[in-house]
Design a protein around this ligand. Structure first.
Ligand SMILES: *[C@@H]1O[C@H](CO)[C@@H](O)[C@H](O)[C@H]1NC(C)=O
Ligand SMILES: *[C@@H]1O[C@H](CO)[C@@H](O)[C@H](O)[C@H]1NC(C)=O
Ligand SMILES: *[C@@H]1O[C@H](CO)[C@@H](O)[C@H](O)[C@H]1NC(C)=O
Ligand SMILES: *[C@@H]1O[C@H](CO)[C@@H](O)[C@H](O)[C@H]1NC(C)=O
Ligand SMILES: *[C@@H]1O[C@H](CO)[C@@H](O)[C@H](O)[C@H]1NC(C)=O
Ligand SMILES: *[C@@H]1O[C@H](CO)[C@@H](O)[C@H](O)[C@H]1NC(C)=O
Ligand SMILES: *[C@@H]1O[C@H](CO)[C@@H](O)[C@H](O)[C@H]1NC(C)=O
Ligand SMILES: *[C@@H]1O[C@H](CO)[C@@H](O)[C@H](O)[C@H]1NC(C)=O
Length: 796
């Protein structure tokens, strides 16, 4: 258990003690409240954890267990804790969060309510605020979505609000600063975005603020007023670029995987209670304050993967309790401190990929750290070269706390004279015509990526399985492609050529080469490259880095190379409707692929800012990796859209009326709905196992599907791909068909949202899974189902 979990638990259990102190457990429960509990059991569809409840249960006097506890005080129920099992299924479609809460609020004296892993889904109804004495609310690991209801602010006694691992989304509203007593606020693993409201400064009692794994961005508000704050965890968001302003009582500070780009403030070295400090995977610059190693309480320190500089000394000392230090992948020079070398038994120290002179982990040449240290954080201006060099030097020297350098650094701009006879050959004999296949297309389609098959052999690295986004040098790409040799060429379209390359570490990449108009400024690019660098997700063919080649005279960009992962396993169509018989996807694998695509779309729409819409998705643009994870390879890359003079909206596909000239407002309103149509077409092919050639074919199959939904099981089985006919449960087939038809509706407004689609697919996976459990013997899947489509309540 991590330190942070311990602290969080500490505070929550502290309340439990306080609440329990006033409790006397032998009363007779009012029968109406017993009734309410039994009703809840019914509304939850009799989960296993409640199997002991029946008419004659004496709720107030049953022995509490770790997954089921009811506590009473003076005839009233004051605490309810229900924790569902591991493989909890989503509540079925007839479940209503609204009725559930309507029943729940008939326990008006509740102080502690914990409903974890019960498969609850739907928006959280505001009427939950009728529980006006609630002190702890923990609804971790369900599938609640939408916004946090404002009515919650009426619960003035609320001390802990824990909604981890759900699908809540949108911004956190200003009113959240009004909880007078709030001590723990934990919203990990949701889909929240936007910046934090300034009103958070008013949460003076806050001790734990945990916002990790969301899509928050912007500066962290000034938290110096939160004098009690002990845990701040914002891992895996897009906060930045400045280091947050914080009180010095912090015990745990986790800023990793964000967009911080400043220096580390000197005050940090005075945080005497700090035990865990994780700054990894950002772009912190400037000197690494070595005093951090000897903070009196520090046990865990990671600064891995930043651009921190400075010279270390052998004689630097470490706190005796320091257990874990990770300095890897920075620009540190000098000698690794002796206290981090082998002598300490209970200490793990990682420090590879710096430029240190001792130790036994792999290091870079000293010159690299020196050069990069000078280059970090600087965007070259359109200046004469000499002036530029001077400016860079000056900034490098003043480097320290670089709060001022906001804009920043796609470092290492590789400056090179563009040569019109350049090294890139133009194999005109192998042109791939982009027009031919898009038909309706006006927006950008990266057809090139279609034929590319990508992967990452580095899959094992890191959570996403991808190395950190980085800058490449032209030389590196030349080596990877054998000087852009024709054998590395994969295709060409109006937006440039595509090459396959092999990097030094053996991994394969797909390299897109774009020639830029002279009018593009570097600044202009930074904006797009920023966005491209965010296009990294399990279900996207993700970006790995970029490389600019510049004109020497004015530093405008002559060519841009975008480097993507290379996915080796062919496209989805080849696994559905044109594969060899032994290679078709089983039904549950098809559902899993559809879920993957949906998550990819969800990420494109709401996982990054601004969202990427109108992606003109096609089944052949969905690639599968070695584990058959589906990845979207062709999305509406902003840089490309702009270089083609188009911005991505409304390429008309699927919007039957008004699509030629959509008004701005309807465009905004139905943003993303054309992607849902395209997804519907893909789903149709997945279900039918047939290639769909035209819009009218799609329509006619859609109508057949619609008719069969209303008919019976055998009608549906007549339509579905014969390869999966016997191996799919009726309910999952029906659900898939229904959602497919809804995606294909003419009116974009009527098409379902991504979340809705995801819910339905998850549901289909669930019932398929359960059904398969029941009828293992009749499984007729041509592929051994290596990946049961399990329900994952986490969506990242
Ligand atoms: C109620 O459940 C208890 C055990 O949980 C069982 O002993 C008892 O027989 C049940 N009573 C009824 C009426 O089902
Ligand atoms: C439970 O109680 C209700 C009335 O309170 C009664 O109708 C029902 O038969 C009881 N069920 C059992 C299993 O005892
Ligand atoms: C129990 O609940 C009733 C009704 O809500 C209320 O009137 C009563 O004061 C409560 N008792 C205690 C001890 O809170
Ligand atoms: C929960 O699932 C994990 C793996 O999925 C398994 O190892 C563990 O035993 C399960 N726990 C329970 C209580 O079923
Ligand atoms: C919901 O549907 C399930 C079958 O899917 C049924 O067993 C259950 O009784 C229904 N629950 C309610 C509350 O209607
Ligand atoms: C919420 O409840 C679950 C289940 O009891 C627990 O594991 C988790 O730690 C709780 N969250 C917090 C922040 O207390
Ligand atoms: C934030 O998320 C909401 C809901 O998912 C979405 O509608 C909105 O566009 C997102 N806003 C930004 C700026 O990403
Ligand atoms: C550590 O070593 C450096 C140079 O090797 C020296 O300048 C410095 O005074 C030493 N510090 C301590 C505390 O001994």
């Amino acid at each position: 258990m991590s330190l942070m979990d311990k602290l969080v638990r500490h505070y929550v259990s502290l309340f439990l003690v306080i609440v329990s102190l006033s409790i006397n457990c032998s009363e007779q429960l009012q029968s109406s409240q017993a009734h309410t509990l039994l009703r809840l059991q019914l509304l939850l569809n009799y989960p296993a954890v409640l199997s002991s409840w029946n008419n004659s249960t004496d709720f107030c006097n049953t022995e509490p267990t770790s997954s089921l506890t009811v506590v009473c005080y003076d005839d009233n129920i004051t605490q309810v804790l229900i924790i569902g099992g591991n493989g909890t299924h989503l509540q079925p479609k007839n479940f209503s969060m609204d009725s559930f809460v309507t029943t729940l609020v008939k326990l008006p004296n509740l102080k502690v309510l914990t409903l974890v892993s019960l498969g609850l889904w739907g928006p959280l109804p505001g009427k939950i605020a009728r529980l006006s004495t609630l002190e702890i609310l923990n609804m971790t690991s369900n599938l609640l979505y939408g916004a946090i209801p404002q009515e919650l602010s009426l619960i003035s006694s609320l001390q802990a609000l824990i909604l981890d691992d759900n699908m809540f989304s949108g911004r956190l509203p200003e009113w959240m600063g009004s909880f007078q007593l709030l001590t723990v606020l934990s919203l990990r693993k949701n889909l929240f975005n936007g910046s934090l409201p300034d009103s958070f400064r008013n949460l003076e009692n806050l001790r734990v603020l945990s916002l990790s794994h969301n899509y928050f961005y912007g500066e962290v508000p000034d938290f110096t007023s939160l004098t009690n704050l002990q845990v701040l965890d914002v891992e895996d968001n897009a906060f930045g670029p400045r280091f947050p302003l914080l009180g010095n009582k912090l015990v745990t500070l986790v800023l990793s995987k964000n967009r911080f780009r400043s220096g580390i403030p000197a005050e940090l070295s005075s945080y005497y209670q700090l035990q865990q400090l994780d700054l990894s995977f950002n772009r912190f610059v400037g000197p690494f304050p070595q005093l951090l190693l000897s903070l009196p309480s520090i046990t865990y320190l990671s600064i891995a993967d930043n651009k921190l500089t400075g010279m270390l000394f052998e004689n630097t000392s470490c706190n005796a309790d320091l257990e874990f230090v990770d300095l890897s992948s920075n620009l540190l020079t000098g000698q690794l401190p002796n206290c981090l070398l082998s002598n300490a038994k209970h200490r793990i120290a990682l420090y590879s990929q710096n430029c240190l002179a001792n130790g036994n982990e792999k290091q870079q040449p000293l010159s690299l750290c020196r050069n990069e240290a000078l280059a970090v954080g600087i965007i070259p201006q359109r200046k004469k070269r000499k002036q530029l060099a001077e400016a860079v030097l000056a900034l490098g020297i003043t480097g320290g706390i670089v709060g001022g350098i906001l804009l920043v650094g796609l470092i290492f701009l590789f400056v090179r004279r563009y040569n019109s006879k350049g090294t890139v050959k133009k194999p005109s004999t192998r042109l791939i015509s982009e027009k031919a296949s898009t038909g309706t297309g006006t927006g950008y389609t990266s057809k090139l990526l279609t034929d590319a098959r990508y992967i990452s052999q580095t899959m094992k690295l890191g959570a996403l399985g991808l190395p950190a986004y980085r800058t490449f040098s032209v030389e590196e790409l030349e080596i990877a492609t054998n000087n852009f040799h024709t054998s590395a060429f994969m295709g060409e379209g109006s937006q440039g050529q595509m090459y396959k390359g092999q990097l030094k570490d053996g991994s394969f990449v797909a390299i897109r080469c774009l020639k830029m108009k002279k009018s593009h400024s570097t600044q202009n690019f930074m904006h797009h490259i920023e966005l491209i660098s965010k296009l990294r997700h399990r279900h996207l063919v993700s970006s790995l880095g970029h490389c600019f080649e510049c004109y020497l005279d004015d530093y405008s960009v002559s060519r841009t190379f975008l480097i993507f992962e290379y996915v080796p396993n062919g496209n989805l169509r080849s696994w559905i409707s044109e594969g060899h018989a032994s290679q078709l996807l089983a039904w549950s694998q098809r559902i899993a692929a559809a879920i993957g695509i949906t998550k990819g779309i969800q990420f494109l729409h709401s996982g990054i800012v601004p969202g990427v819409y109108s992606n003109n998705l096609k089944i052949t643009d969905i690639l599968l990796d070695q584990n058959l994870v589906a990845k979207i390879s062709s999305y509406n890359l902003p840089l490309l859209a702009e270089s083609a003079g188009k911005v991505g909206h409304g390429h008309g596909h699927g919007t039957s009326t008004g699509s030629k000239d959509p008004s701005i407002s309807s465009r905004v309103k139905f943003e993303g709905k054309d992607d849902m149509y395209d997804f519907g077409v893909i789903l149709l092919e997945i279900i039918l196992g047939k290639q769909l050639k035209s819009r009218s074919e799609v329509n006619s199959f859609k109508n057949q599907l619609q008719a069969s939904i209303a008919a019976d099981d055998s009608a549906r089985r007549n339509i579905v791909d014969p390869a999966v006919q016997k191996a799919c449960s009726d309910q999952s087939l029906k659900t898939m068909m229904e959602i497919c038809v809804r995606c294909l509706l003419k009116d974009p407004a009527e098409r379902p949202s991504v979340e809705d689609v995801l819910w339905n697919l998850q549901f289909a996976a669930q019932v398929q899974d359960a059904w398969r459990g029941d009828s293992q013997s009749s499984e007729g899947s041509p592929v051994s189902p290596s990946q049961p489509a399990r329900m994952h309540v986490a969506f990242h």
